[in-house]
Design a binder for this molecule. Structure first.
Ligand SMILES: N[C@@H](CCC(=O)N[C@@H](CS)C(=O)NCC(=O)O)C(=O)O
Length: 206
């Protein structure tokens, strides 16, 4: 049985869980609601020295870093469904997975923590507004990429859609001003047809 550590409201946990859901796996979810407090312990640090979630344990093998879990699940458990077979699709999947974890995430963290996890009187409006502007810029790149493509790596869903899709949920769920992104919105609608996306990613933000 797979053991999966993390709280369901974390975007990093959501990406990994969504990949497992797409692969049709079942897992023992530890600290799903963040109530056990297990990550701030010596015991958890043995599994994940960074003391971060998520961590996946597969028959004694530890997999750390959310996008590494997405790749691992895709390659091991859903190679025909999630891992693109052609290099032309594979490089696009990888490109947008990196985009989510780097260019997109830094602004998403500022906006998410600024608006959702900080009381209104302590929010730094200028910093948040700047990151909202940057986020719109980042999503405009994805919007352009999706012209003529149903999904990120082509016309079929793949692991490449998972990190960016989790980011898109936050982008559309946050109380922020968004530009009009028709291609991004069409793709986001397609993602919402997927049960693991609705159940594992589209959860309340706080
Ligand atoms: N690069 C790591 C980042 C993991 C990370 O930052 N996890 C956050 C949650 S999103 C965490 O563990 N925070 C401590 C906590 O939630 O208590 C990954 O992608 O797995």
């Amino acid at each position: 049985m797979l053991k999966f550590y993390g709280r369901k409201t974390s975007i990093n946990v959501q990406k990994a869980a969504w990949a497992m859901g797409e692969a049709g796996l079942k897992w023992d979810w530890i600290d799903k609601d963040g109530t056990v407090g297990s990550i701030d312990s010596q015991e958890y640090r043995k599994l994940n020295p960074a003391s971060q979630i998520p961590t996946l344990e597969d028959d004694g093998l530890l997999v750390r870093q959310s996008n590494a879990i997405v790749r691992y699940i895709s390659k091991k458990y859903a190679p025909t469904k999630l891992w693109p077979s052609k290099y032309s699709a594979y490089v696009e999947a990888e490109r947008w997975m990196e985009w989510q974890a780097t260019d997109n995430l830094k602004n998403m963290v500022t906006v998410f923590w600024g608006l959702i996890r900080t009381p209104p009187e302590k929010q730094n409006k200028d910093v948040i507004a700047n990151s909202v502007w940057e986020l719109n810029k980042e999503f405009s790149l994805l919007n352009e990429h999706l012209v003529g493509r149903r999904y990120i790596a082509g016309n079929t869903f793949s692991m490449g859609d998972i990190p960016a899709g989790a980011a898109a949920y936050r982008f559309y769920a946050l109380p922020i001003k968004r530009h009009n992104f028709p291609h991004l919105e069409t793709w986001y609608q397609l993602l919402q047809e997927r049960t693991p996306f609705r159940e594992l990613v589209m959860v309340p933000l706080s």
